[in-house]
Ligand binder design. Structure first.
Ligand code: ZN
Length: 279
């Protein structure tokens, strides 16, 4: 299933994409796409005849596909080509940082560059959403706790991230710095999370062209690893790292400025498009 949320910010309604790609309103069936739905039995949704549900008019805003994101954990430098361009060593264990859930926005919302920001950067990633509580889980068992995956732009203000005395969080948490969606693709029709191509463009020029097959730590290992340090709960979100092709470390590529348009795509998971605006 491809679950999503439509409507004005803060008043989104649950929806589902039908087999033709038409979004259909689910609000008569479920309250929201939220941790309670993920934790509960949403197999019932799979048996719905979605073609009978009301179609959502085109042009309606798409929100993030999950409300009430719980913990928001990110993996840094999870692709060797990105570690190389950032001139940082290949990590021996996953690098963790936490991101504020208030950074989450819709996939096509404007991205607000904070005052004085000079080094804002894009990062197309596979986002993983937890569906079942787990602790100390094995790698073999890990994927049973994943509700689904989606596209993420893990925007980063590099000066705040790297030149302001630590930690990385300062450059990652700005409002609108985590466009999510357009939809949550549920685990029951999950694409192989280790064979998703990831691409990004800035003002139409290709920037990133990678694949999750090149992750240093695959998704099952990330879930296992995180569960050694914290309880993972339904609605928790994991950004799993970005491949090469960002502005950091590439002197011929400009950081983002107001007016720039960033597009991002993950195979089978849809496409995002954001315009940069100045705070
Ligand atoms: Zn990232």
């Amino acid at each position: 299933m491809k679950l999503l949320r439509y409507g004005p910010r803060g008043a989104e309604r649950p929806a589902i994409l039908d087999s033709a790609g038409q979004a259909r309103d689910l609000s008569a069936i479920v309250e929201d796409i939220d941790p309670a739905l993920l934790e509960g039995n949403f197999a019932a949704l799979a048996r719905l005849n979605v073609s009978t549900l009301p179609a959502i008019p085109s042009g309606t805003r798409t929100g993030p596909p999950l409300s009430h994101v719980g913990k928001f954990v990110c993996i840094g430098l999870n692709y060797s080509d990105h570690a190389a361009e950032a001139r940082m060593p290949i990590p021996k264990e996953p690098i963790l940082f936490l991101k504020a859930t208030s950074a989450v926005c819709g996939p096509d919302d404007d991205v607000v560059l904070p005052p004085g920001a000079k080094k804002s950067d894009w990062e197309v990633e596979l986002g993983v959403i937890i569906g079942r509580e787990c602790r100390y889980v094995s790698e073999e068992d890990a994927m049973r706790h994943v509700a689904g995956v989606c596209v993420v732009n893990d925007l980063s203000e590099r000066e705040y991230q790297l030149e302001r005395g630590g930690q990385w969080d300062k450059g990652k948490c700005c409002e609108t710095f985590n466009p999510l969606g357009p939809f949550l693709r549920t685990a029951d029709d999950l694409v192989d999370p280790q064979s998703v191509s990831l691409r990004s463009w800035v003002n139409g020029e290709p920037r990133q062209d990678g694949s999750t097959k090149n992750m240093i730590f695959p998704v099952a290992e990330i879930v296992r690893y995180l569960s050694q340090f914290m309880v993972l709960e339904p609605g928790d979100l994991i950004n799993t790292g970005t491949p090469a092709g960002v502005a950091l470390g590439n002197p011929n590529v400009s950081f983002l400025r107001a007016g720039d348009v960033v597009e991002l795509e993950a195979e089978g998971l849809g496409r995002q498009r954001q315009t940069m605006v100045q705070a």
